[in-house]
Design a protein around this ligand. Structure first.
Ligand SMILES: *Cc1c(COP(=O)(O)O)cnc(C)c1O
Length: 619
């Protein structure tokens, strides 16, 4: 069995950042206020000529330009940013704050830290705040004054509706953008397309290592509100007249002077070392987002072949950054989920279930925030089977295919192991004639897919399709011999093979394959008869469950090899328990140098027999 050996390591710090960090350490000038190491670039016009300009101040200015907020205040974590936002927005001891029941523990913790009481709102199957439930909770808690919407894993709720709900109910909206830097929101009205974080009064970002920016620890408050910005600067630990060293700050110094004796210094500042690590990452953000987007879409396509995997559907106005993937396992029981996670882990793909054990994203573990566990049936149901996987810029396209293959392998195994179904006993080793084969497959078509989900056959199909990616490119013309209802085509398509032609003898099966739309063309044909394809038409032939049990005559092999290009691949699954009917003929071809063996994999999927995947090249 193949395994994945890379891990989703955080992105390294760009070389300039390392150089700048070393220079800062040599100078000892790590505190953001006071004397500063000179920079070598112009940051005018924002810098007052008589004030030192720190690494942190430069970063705040640069991030404000990126996100489009007037003011940015750097702090030591997003949790701190949320805490400060609540204090700035006027949360009083015991004040209620609506927030997502599905989020990271740092979010309710920030509410508790600020003296508030979280009121949890259900999450939808798409991992976002359930706005209907928010409405219900607003009616139940008319005294609440705040909403922290957590864009958990970058998934965005219907933000226009949420903002309207908050406005109507007089609630201050704060956005937890810890994991959604770079996510976008489209609107009909200008400006049409903005980065996330502009629906709320304040938006909070993180640069903890698992996020798009990596400084180990770090966070930001971003806002367009001068008074809130002034509070956050002071609360983060800006005292006396040090606010003059902020570049992304409100222009009117008197506002800050008026406020400064009212705001405690919570000592949440960011160090220059952190800012040095972050600044050179900003110009890379758009490239990172594009790379993650490709990676996510590739993996989602591979996984979409599995109909027990449900991928979240984004709101039509939202564009997420795909630096991680979440999906739900539908119709799996708890044992199957456990087996799936264990097998995936053994394959080197460490998935976590949000609603399992001591996961910090399971609200039932947030005891510090409630006396009685809240009843949140919908959230509980969603997170019980919600899987999470971090992606990494170090993953290549082939890594993504391998990860997708391994996830499906673990899933198909888990689905099969608990049913122990096999082939129907009606399938004898020898078929009387072609009509017998046709009638068996026609009668089987309606339940064929369900039977093959239970018996583990898809483990084999997934393996075949993934193996093809190691030798063939996506646009290769492939002929699926005995395509049936299209199960193999579905797996091939998931790995990007678009140019598929299917052939089968069963009209009922072909009708189902047609509905799925997987193949460019489908042909009702009997193997053993001449095929109406020109010689050398295909770069690959695939056949699973066809050259078994003497279902097709031996001369079929000659005819299918005619339509395969020289150098093309014949990928065929044989049944080990068969009497050598097809295997001997293939051995003869190999001896006669008509075919050469590239690879042979033994697969144990059914209870009653074993299979061998042969990858042969036409010479
Ligand atoms: C990471 C994360 C946080 C916490 O960020 P820190 O910087 O570690 O405090 C909060 N909310 C979400 C959605 C996160 O992903």
């Amino acid at each position: 069995m193949m395994t994945f050996t890379k891990s989703a390591a955080p992105d390294p710090i760009p070389r300039e950042g390392i150089g700048r960090a070393v220079a800062l350490m040599q100078s000892g000038l790590l505190f953001r206020y006071g004397r500063q190491l000179p920079g070598n670039e112009e940051i005018a016009p924002a810098a007052p000529p008589d004030e030192p300009v720190s690494e942190v101040a430069r970063l705040e200015l640069e991030l404000s330009r990126y996100t489009g907020h007037h003011y940015v205040i750097a702090v030591n974590s997003c949790g701190s940013a949320l805490f400060l936002s609540l204090k700035a927005a006027g949360l009083q001891p015991g004040g209620k704050v609506f927030t997502n029941a599905f989020s990271f523990t740092a979010v309710p913790s920030s509410i508790v830290h600020a003296g508030g009481v979280p009121i949890y709102v259900e999450c939808t199957a798409d991992y976002v705040m359930d706005l209907d439930d928010l409405g219900t909770k607003i009616r139940a808690h008319p005294d609440a004054g705040f909403v922290i919407v957590s864009h958990m894993r970058g998934h965005l709720a219907d933000m226009d509706t949420l903002a309207a709900i908050c406005a109507a109910a007089g609630l201050v909206l704060i956005e937890d953008c810890a994991h959604s830097l770079g996510a976008r929101w489209h609107t009909q009205q200008p400006p049409h397309d903005t980065l996330v974080g502009h629906h709320g009064r304040l938006a909070c970002f993180s640069s903890q290592s698992a996020k798009l920016l990596n400084s180990g620890e770090g966070g930001f408050v971003a806002t367009d509100d001068a008074a809130l910005a002034a509070y956050c600067m002071l609360g983060a630990g800006c005292y006396e007249r040090l606010y003059r060293q902020h570049l992304a700050r409100p222009g009117e110094d008197h506002r800050i002077e008026d406020l400064k004796r009212q705001v405690p210094n919570f000592s949440l500042r960011m160090s220059n070392l952190t800012a040095a690590a972050l600044r050179p990452q900003l110009p890379c953000l758009d490239d990172r987002i594009r790379a993650y987007d490709l990676m996510y879409r590739r993996l989602a396509r591979v996984l979409a072949a599995a109909d027990t995997i449900r991928l979240p559907v984004a709101h039509p106005q939202a564009v997420r950054v795909g630096d991680s993937i979440q999906f739900n396992l539908v119709h799996l029981n708890a044992d199957q989920v456990r087996q799936f996670i264990a097998t995936a882990a053994a394959h080197g793909v460490p998935l976590q279930i949000f609603g399992d054990g001591d996961n910090a994203r399971d609200f039932r573990n947030w005891h510090y925030s409630f006396a009685e566990p809240p009843v949140l049936a919908r959230t509980q149901q969603t997170i019980a089977r919600a899987c999470d996987l971090k992606l990494s810029l170090s993953f290549t396209a082939s890594d993504i295919d391998l990860i997708g293959y391994l996830i499906k392998d673990a899933l198909y195994q888990a689905e099969a192991a608990h049913t122990a179904a096999d082939y129907p006993t009606a399938l004898t080793d020898r078929f009387a004639d072609v009509d017998a084969v046709v009638s068996i497959y026609d009668a089987w078509a309606a339940s064929y897919d369900a039977d093959h989900r239970r018996n583990g056959w898809r483990v084999l199909l997934n393996h075949l399709a993934y193996t093809a990616t190691l030798y063939l490119s996506g646009d290769t013309p492939i002929l699926d011999l005995g395509c049936g209802t299209g199960l193999l085509g579905r797996e091939l398509r998931s790995f990007g093979f678009e140019n598929l032609c299917g052939l089968d003898i069963s009209t009922a099966s072909l009708a189902l394959a047609e509905t799925a739309g997987t193949y460019r063309s489908l042909h009702r044909k009997e193997l053993g008869q001449p095929l109406d394809f020109a010689s050398n038409s295909f770069a690959a032939l695939v056949a699973s469950g066809v050259f078994t049990r003497r279902q097709v005559p031996l001369n079929a092999l000659d005819e299918v090899l005619r339509v395969l290009r020289p150098g093309g691949l014949f990928i065929v699954v044989l049944r080990v328990e068969d009497d050598g009917f097809y295997a001997d003929r293939i051995t003869e071809y190999i001896a006669a140098s008509r075919l050469s063996t590239i690879r042979k994999d033994r697969l144990e999927v059914l209870q009653s027999c074993s299979h061998e995947l042969l990858l042969l090249r036409k010479t």
